[in-house]
Design a protein around this ligand. Structure first.
Ligand code: ADP
Ligand code: NI
Length: 218
């Protein structure tokens, strides 16, 4: 496929996704998509992955999210229809669909990404959940759910019962231990790992300062 056709498809995806996510408030807003797409590009260049596939998958990756659709299957059909309508080559469309469907499954026990491009996009998405941006997203999300930022009495998520968890005893700080601090060990690419390592250190320093301020020590 000609280069300028690929550029047109990317730019059409940008326009459509921006509109689709305009009113999005679950942490998958257009800013998230832009950051993930830029980061996927940066990692793809380092790892020698296909830029077109990485960018297209990054742009479309959250359109299928269950939070935005009646079901995940419905969301995936939407993405697939978009690719067909925009004359994306069947092989490329299949690759993008494979990436998005594998990536979007929640729960941490999802199957590993099969292709380098999938690994790149998943790394970029995970990196946006850690570091300075990741910290901002946790507090935004928790605030939107009406949760406290911190409660020293709160039990770690692992030891909470399901009903304690559902009753909103989860806090923003708790989510660092539930998820954010685990992400660096889940990176696929070596460049992704290096970036995650820096962002992880930043979060550890942040937590140390947070607890010191909480206790009135600093
Ligand atoms: P993803 O789409 O990357 O899998 P999620 O939909 O789980 O991420 O979350 C989107 C953003 O909201 C992330 O930055 C994540 O850290 C944050 N978030 C998700 N669940 C919680 C929670 N229980 N408490 C605080 N922040 C959360
Ligand atoms: Ni995402």
């Amino acid at each position: 496929m000609k280069q300028n056709i690929k550029e047109q498809i990317i730019s059409q995806a940008e326009t459509d996704v921006k509109i689709a996510l305009e009113k999005e408030s679950t942490g998958h807003d257009w800013g998230h998509i832009q950051r993930v797409t830029r980061l996927a590009r940066t990692i793809a260049l380092q790892e020698g992955a296909d830029l077109y596939i990485c960018q297209l998958a990054a742009l479309l990756h959250d359109l299928a999210d269950a939070k935005l659709n009646p079901s995940e299957e419905y969301g995936l059909r939407k993405v697939s229809a978009w690719l067909e309508e925009h004359d994306v080559e069947p092989e490329d469309a299949g690759h993008v669909m494979e990436i998005i469907s594998t990536m979007s499954f929640k729960g941490g026990n999802s199957s590993p990404m099969k292709t380098l491009e999938g690994q790149v996009v998943q790394d970029a998405d995970r990196l946006d959940a850690i570091g300075a941006i990741g910290i901002a997203r946790v507090f935004t999300y928790s605030g939107a759910k009406g949760r406290a930022m911190h409660d020293p009495e709160v039990k770690p998520r692992e030891t909470m019962t399901e009903s304690e968890y559902r009753n909103g005893q989860d806090t923003a700080i708790n989510h660092f231990y539930e998820k954010l601090l685990k992400l660096k060990d889940l990176m696929n690419t070596s460049y992704g790992k290096a970036l995650a390592e820096q962002r992880h250190q930043f979060m550890l320093e942040y937590l140390e300062q947070f607890y010191a301020e909480w206790d009135g020590e600093k």
